[in-house]
Ligand binder design. Structure first.
Ligand code: EPU
Length: 340
């Protein structure tokens, strides 16, 4: 296997900043993953698996071990019934290309996750979600290399510990599993209303009444185009912060001052507040902080306009977190993963 040295990671992330990887390799098969672990273990080299680099922040010091590009391909039908089709898809496949292929087959389940950058293997890590769908809703199971036990395992949906933008892969099992493929179950039926508000508004505006997976995909692509900057033109990682989850008393505390505060009742005594709104109302919309631009069409997104490195990004991030904390007494959190 070809291992290269001192590779600038900024060319492998959509935020386009951060230092180099000491080593970099490519995995074309699940066995390549196991081989890389076998070779690295005696040398005590840490390993980081890279997907599309679209939800990843690299620090200026870079990575002291091996960064592995996961290029494992595959798109196979496992089961086909009159109601649904189940696929096994390689972790290195492009996510949006996969959505496109399934939508072209008129299947429902991931069409609202259109135009999300990154790979199939990265999708479960942060449980990608948009416009009313999450990958956890369609994922049956996944195959992974368990670096702790040195064997390949199948994890069922329930084993993955999915919640909002979270899974065991960025939680308690971080660094343990390398996802090699996922199984998705998609339905042979049109999606049914009610849809996410932005979609309902789009359908009303264009008088769309036939809700096919294709119609949802087209609408999501248009909506995202308006709100999210293209990472190939303006370096960014999509939402840079998670939406805030607060307790009822916190919401009640804020309501008298901010009568128009948007919130979603999560049904368990907690409420989700759009962090984009918090940042906007804290007066940061469109601001340039340490070379990072708070996107004027969606304050949840930070664009790297002129940051000299990770330290600039960190300074901008900390300033935004502190301003939101001082304004609303809410602590917001970074959404993209940070390479350690
Ligand atoms: N809002 C503002 N100002 C802003 C941004 C948002 O006031 O600058 C308010 C508006 O009230 C709007 C509400 O926030 O109605 C929600 O905004 P939107 O529907 O755009 O969703 P979001 O909460 O900003 C989340 C995801 C996105 C996903 C959209 C659509 C997170 C962290 N982000 O954003 O995911 O596309 O919902 O479902 O949960 C990503 O993770 O990279 C991403 C883009």
């Amino acid at each position: 296997m070809d291992i290269r040295t001192d590779i600038p990671l900024k060319s492998y992330t959509t935020m386009k900043l951060g230092g180099p990887a000491r080593f970099m390799g490519e995995a074309q098969t699940p066995q390549d993953i196991a081989t890389i672990y076998h070779n690295a273990r005696p040398k005590n080299l840490p390993i980081f698996i890279l997907g599309g680099g679209s939800n990843l922040i690299v620090r200026d010091e870079g990575y002291p071990g091996i960064v592995v590009r996961n290029l494992i391909k595959g798109f196979t039908v496992i089961e086909d019934t009159p109601q649904y089709t189940t696929f096994e898809i390689g972790a290195g496949e492009n996510w949006d290309e996969t959505v496109k292929r399934t939508v072209e087959l008129h299947l429902t389940g991931i069409e609202a996750l259109s135009a999300i950058p990154g790979t199939v293997g990265a999708a479960p890590v942060q449980n990608i979600g948009a416009y009313g769908q999450e990958v956890a809703d369609s994922l049956i199971s996944l195959q992974a290399y368990d670096s702790q036990e040195d064997r390949f395992v199948v994890l069922q949906n329930i084993d993955c510990g999915f919640s909002y933008r979270h899974s065991i892969f960025r939680g308690e099992a971080e660094g343990r599993y390398v996802i090699t493929s996922v199984q998705l179950k998609l339905w042979k039926a049109n999606p049914t209303p009610p849809f996410y508000k932005a979609l309902e508004e789009y359908f009303a505006l264009y008088s769309i009444t036939l809700f096919t997976p294709e119609a949802i995909r087209d609408a999501v692509i248009q909506i995202r185009k308006d709100k999210l900057p293209d990472p190939t033109l303006q370096p960014n990682t999509g939402s840079f912060f998670k939406n805030a989850i607060i307790e009822k008393w916190q919401l009640e505390d804020l309501k008298p001052t901010y009568e128009d505060i948007p919130f979603y009742d999560l049904g368990n005594g907690t409420y989700k507040i759009p962090t984009g709104w918090l940042i906007e109302r804290a007066g940061l919309k469109g601001k340039l902080l340490h070379g990072m631009r708070v996107h004027d069409k969606n304050c949840l997104v930070l664009i790297n306009e002129a940051a000299t490195g990770y330290s600039d990004l960190a300074a901008a991030r900390d300033e935004i977190i502190a301003t939101v904390r001082d304004t609303f007494r809410i602590m917001i959190e970074q959404e993209p993963l940070e390479i350690q």
